[in-house]
Design a protein around this ligand. Structure first.
Ligand code: HEC
Ligand code: HEC
Length: 279
């Protein structure tokens, strides 16, 4: 940490304000320092300054599932609490100072809009507490690719189930979006999107995403800058990207590296439903 005049003064328990000298106890001096970063954009603790801690994926998954149901705060809150909340439970500050409820906004893919799967949003946010995009993007890609191609949910809370007990069918969503992930599952299993069973599916999926995210975070803590991606570029992204995501190509129009397949392969669900529908 850089020792400037202010930190030095605070460290000594004094804070010079407007020419006068206020003598603060060590604790108050620290609080004054914590509340007042130096310049605009300068952040207390520095950019991405919090240090990540290793956790037990299975233990966190269980807590993420419980957090999902806690006051209905749901998927994003569940995963974020399962990671950063658990660091708080085990290591105290600064982790336990986080206003975790902000992640309720991810419920339903951000305020019920069905955009990004909230569980993934919560995990990416937790990664971003510790790592800037250069290091974080590989971690996010590993989690998102895994999600695209894994049959979920896997987690089964047994008798601790809070929505519906017993087995819940799984599916491969092929997509990271809440809308696609949930709607496909509901259609395949003929379950209402507003049902308890669908909530239970997302609660278990929250546990799965948390577990995988902790696994990735642990691996990153061990490997540091040598962290190697676990998943290669998605096949469709590789193929379509040759023309639509390559610098200099006149068709370089495609933004984002999410799996192109669910939306651009012309399947039944993507035909025009505004005419002669249902038949
Ligand atoms: C060999 C180069 C090439 C590849 C590979 C390629 N495209 Fe294209 N794509 C083009 C060109 C050229 C156009 C513009 C054609 C036009 O003017 O309609 C285009 C147009 C499009 C359009 C807009 C017009 C339309 O037909 O709807 C979409 C969407 C699109 N591509 C998606 C994809 C996806 C998804 C993939 C991967 C499955 C892909 N493309 C692979 C060259 C390519
Ligand atoms: C969640 C669904 C979804 C995914 C996933 C997706 N696209 Fe699209 N894409 C769309 C929609 C919807 C449009 C807008 C189409 C329109 O209204 O013209 C679009 C537009 C495009 C366009 C511009 C052409 C046009 O007609 O507007 C290209 C090129 C394209 N996508 C390529 C890709 C590629 C490459 C990928 C994979 C990296 C991809 N898309 C993934 C849904 C998707």
């Amino acid at each position: 940490m850089e020792l400037d005049r202010r930190t030095l003064l605070c460290g000594l328990g004094g804070l010079a304000v407007g020419g006068g000298l206020f003598v603060l106890s060590g604790r108050e001096g620290l609080a004054a320092e914590a509340a007042a970063p130096g310049k605009r954009f300068e952040q207390v603790g520095g950019d991405f300054g919090w240090q990540p801690k290793k956790l037990d994926p299975a233990e966190c998954a269980k807590v993420a599932y419980e957090a999902y149901w806690y006051k209905g705060y749901a998927c994003g809150y569940g995963v974020f609490y399962g990671i950063v909340g658990m660091m708080g439970e085990k290591f105290g500050t600064p982790y336990n100072q986080f206003p975790f409820t902000m992640f309720e906004f991810l419920k339903g893919g951000i305020s019920d809009w069905g955009t990004i799967c909230g569980a993934l949003g919560g995990a990416a946010a937790a990664f971003a507490l510790f790592y800037g995009r250069k290091e974080r993007n590989t971690m996010v890609s590993d989690l998102f690719r895994w999600y695209e191609q894994t049959k979920l949910p896997i987690y089964n809370p047994g008798d601790m189930a809070q929505g519906v007990k017993g087995d819940i069918p799984g599916n491969v969503s092929g997509a990271v979006l809440c809308h696609i992930s949930v709607s496909k599952w509901c259609y395949a299993n003929k379950v209402e999107a507003t049902s308890k069973k669908r909530s239970e599916r997302c609660g278990r999926l929250t546990a799965d995403v948390c577990s995988k995210a902790v696994e990735i975070l642990n691996a990153k803590i061990d490997a540091g800058k040598d962290y190697k991606p676990m998943f290669a570029k998605q096949e469709s992204v590789k193929q379509c990207g040759e023309c639509h995501q390559t610098k200099g190509e006149e068709t370089n129009w495609g933004k984002g590296i999410l799996n192109c397949t669910p939306c651009h392969d012309g399947r039944q669900a993507l035909t025009d439903k505004f005419k002669n529908h249902p038949q």
